[in-house]
Design a protein around this ligand. Structure first.
Ligand code: ARG
Length: 465
C-alpha cells in the first residue's frame, strides 16, 4: 500500500491527521460495524453492476466480488477486526478488501459515495429487522392463541378504571392482545416496504457521470430503484416507520406487561409465572418478582424515545447528507434489539404461566353482574335509565346489608323492580353473563370461537409464506 493511500478515505486534501478526540467523536465504527453484512451485500451488487456496465472489466468485477466474499467470511467467523482509524464500516470493509485483493479494490467506489452506500446499508438493515421482528411477534401471537385455547372456560373480570366491570372469558382477553399485535404486523410490513428501495446511483447527491445501472443493483437486491438522487441520500422515513412500529408494539407489550404485573400480585392472584421467568429478592426470601414483565413495561420508554430522537435529528436538516444522519443508527439498533429481546422471552413465559381459575371467577361475580340485571330489564321494555337506577339502588342495599348480588332473595329482586320477578338465576353468574352476550366480537363463547378460528387462519397464512 503506498504512503499516499493510508489515512482517512478523504485524506487527500488534508495536511495533518485528525485529532484523536475528533476521531473518536466522528467515528461510527464502534456501532455501525454490525452493518458489515449489509454493506458487503450492497457492494457485491454494485461490483457486479460495474462489470455488467463495463465500467470495470469482467475480471476486475469478479475479483472484487471474490474479495468481498472473503471479507464477509471474516465478518461471519468473527475474525474481522477494525480500528478507530477505519472511521466507519464502509471504510473498514474497503480497507480489508484492499488488503485481500490489492489495488483493484480502489475501483469499487466508482459511481458511488458513502452517502448512497450508508443509506443502502440502512435500508437493508431495516428490511431485515422488520422481518425478524415480524417472525418473533408471530411466535408470541401463536402462544396467545395456544393459551387461549387451553383455557377456554376461565372467566375473569374485565375492568374499567381498574374497577371490576363485567365478566369476560380469559381467552377473549388474551385475544384482545392478539388483534393489537396483528395491527403491529401491518405496521412492520409497511416499514419493510418503505425500506425496500435501493438508493444506489445517487452517489453523493446528484447522481454520477458513470454509466451505472441503478435498476440492475436494485433488482439484484430485490428492491425498487430510486426516483430522485437527492431524496435517496436524504430521507430516513423508512427508519422512522420502523421506529414507529416498534414504539406502538412497545406500548402494546407494556400494557400486556402491566396486566401481568397486576395478575401475579397477591392482591389479584390470578396467575403465577413459571420459576424460569421470575426472579427473587436479595433480602426478602418470599419474593417472586415479575421482572420480565416490568422490563417489558419499562422498555416502552426508550422505544418511544428512540422514535422521538430520530424525528428531532431529521427536523430542519437541509436535503443532502449531513453528519447528523450518523445519529440515526443507535436509536434504530436499540429499538430493534429491545423489541427482539422482549419477544424472545414472551412466548414461553405465556405458555408456562398458570392461572388460578377460582380466584378469577370469584372476582368476576358479585357486583360485576349488575349490568346483567339492567340489561335484562331493558330487554323487557323498561327504559335503560330507569333500569340502571333500580339496579343501582339494589346494589346500594346489598352493600349496606353486606351481601353479594347472587345472594339477593326473590322478594328483594321484585322489590327492586317488578320485572325482575321472573329473572332466570343463572344470568346472575359469570358464565350466564358471558353466555348472554350476543354482539359479534363480544366475549360470548361463539364469538371467541370465531375469533380463534380467524386467528388460526391468520397464523396459518404466515406459515405458508
Ligand atoms: N458513518 C457515516 C454515517 O453513518 C457514513 C456516511 C459518511 N458520509 C459522509 N459524507 N461523511 O452516516
Amino acid at each position: 500500500m503506498s504512503e499516499s493511500n493510508t489515512g482517512p478515505l478523504w485524506g487527500g486534501r488534508f495536511s495533518s491527521s485528525p485529532a484523536e478526540a475528533f476521531e473518536r467523536l466522528n467515528a461510527s465504527i464502534p456501532f455501525d460495524v454490525r452493518l458489515a453484512p449489509y454493506d458487503i451485500e450492497g457492494s457485491v451488487a454494485h461490483a457486479r453492476m460495474l462489470g455488467e456496465t463495463k465500467i470495470v472489466s469482467r475480471e476486475e468485477s469478479e475479483e472484487l466480488v471474490r474479495g468481498l466474499r472473503a471479507v464477509l467470511e471474516e465478518v461471519e467467523s468473527g475474525r474481522f477486526s477494525w480500528t478507530l482509524e477505519d472511521e466507519d464500516v464502509h471504510t473498514a470493509v474497503e480497507r480489508r478488501l484492499r488488503e485481500i485483493v490489492g489495488d483493484v479494490a480502489l475501483k469499487l467506489h466508482t459511481g458511488r459515495s458513502r452517502n448512497d452506500q450508508v443509506a443502502l446499508d440502512l435500508h437493508l438493515f431495516v428490511r431485515d429487522a422488520a422481518e425478524n421482528i415480524r417472525d418473533a411477534l408471530l411466535e408470541t401471537m401463536r402462544a396467545l392463541v395456544e393459551v387461549a385455547e387451553r383455557h377456554r372456560d376461565l372467566i375473569l373480570p374485565g375492568y374499567t378504571h381498574l374497577q371490576r366491570a363485567q365478566p369476560i372469558l380469559l381467552s377473549h382477553h388474551l385475544l384482545a392482545h392478539f388483534w393489537a399485535f396483528e395491527r403491529d404486523l401491518e405496521r412492520l410490513d409497511a416499514a419493510r416496504e418503505a425500506a425496500n428501495v435501493s438508493p444506489l446511483g445517487a452517489a453523493a447527491l446528484a447522481g454520477t457521470p458513470h454509466p451505472v445501472d441503478p435498476a440492475l443493483t436494485a433488482e439484484a437486491l430485490g428492491m425498487r430503484s430510486l426516483a430522485n438522487s437527492l431524496d435517496a441520500v436524504s430521507e430516513r422515513d423508512f427508519a422512522l416507520d420502523l421506529l414507529y412500529a416498534c414504539a406502538v408494539l412497545g406500548v402494546h407489550l407494556s400494557r400486556l406487561g402491566e396486566e401481568w404485573v397486576l395478575w401475579t400480585s397477591s392482591e389479584f392472584g390470578f396467575a403465577t409465572l413459571d420459576d424460569a421467568y421470575s426472579s427473587g429478592s436479595s433480602i426478602m426470601p418470599q419474593k417472586k418478582n415479575p421482572d420480565a414483565y416490568e422490563l417489558m413495561r419499562g422498555k416502552a420508554g426508550r422505544l418511544v424515545g428512540n422514535l422521538n430522537a430520530l424525528f428531532v435529528t431529521l427536523k430542519s436538516l437541509p436535503l443532502g447528507y449531513s453528519k447528523d444522519l450518523q445519529e440515526d443508527k443507535e436509536p434504530l439498533f436499540d429499538s430493534v434489539d429491545s423489541v427482539l429481546g422482549v419477544l424472545a422471552v414472551l412466548p414461553e413465559m405465556l405458555r408456562t404461566a398458570s392461572f388460578d381459575g377460582y380466584r378469577m371467577q370469584d372476582a368476576a361475580g358479585g357486583f360485576a353482574l349488575a349490568t346483567e340485571l339492567a340489561d335484562y330489564l331493558a330487554a323487557r321494555g323498561v327504559p335503560f335509565r330507569e333500569a340502571h337506577r333500580a339496579v343501582g339502588q339494589l346494589v346500594r342495599r346489598c352493600e349496606e346489608e353486606g351481601i353479594s348480588l347472587e345472594d339477593v332473595s326473590d322478594e328483594e329482586l321484585t322489590a327492586a323492580h317488578p320485572a325482575l320477578a321472573d329473572l332466570p338465576r343463572d344470568l346472575l353468574t359469570p358464565e350466564g353473563s358471558v353466555a348472554n352476550k350476543k354482539s359479534s366480537g363480544s366475549t360470548s363463547r361463539e364469538s371467541v370461537e370465531e375469533q380463534l378460528r380467524r386467528a388460526q387462519k391468520l397464523l396459518d397464512s404466515f406459515e405458508k409464506t
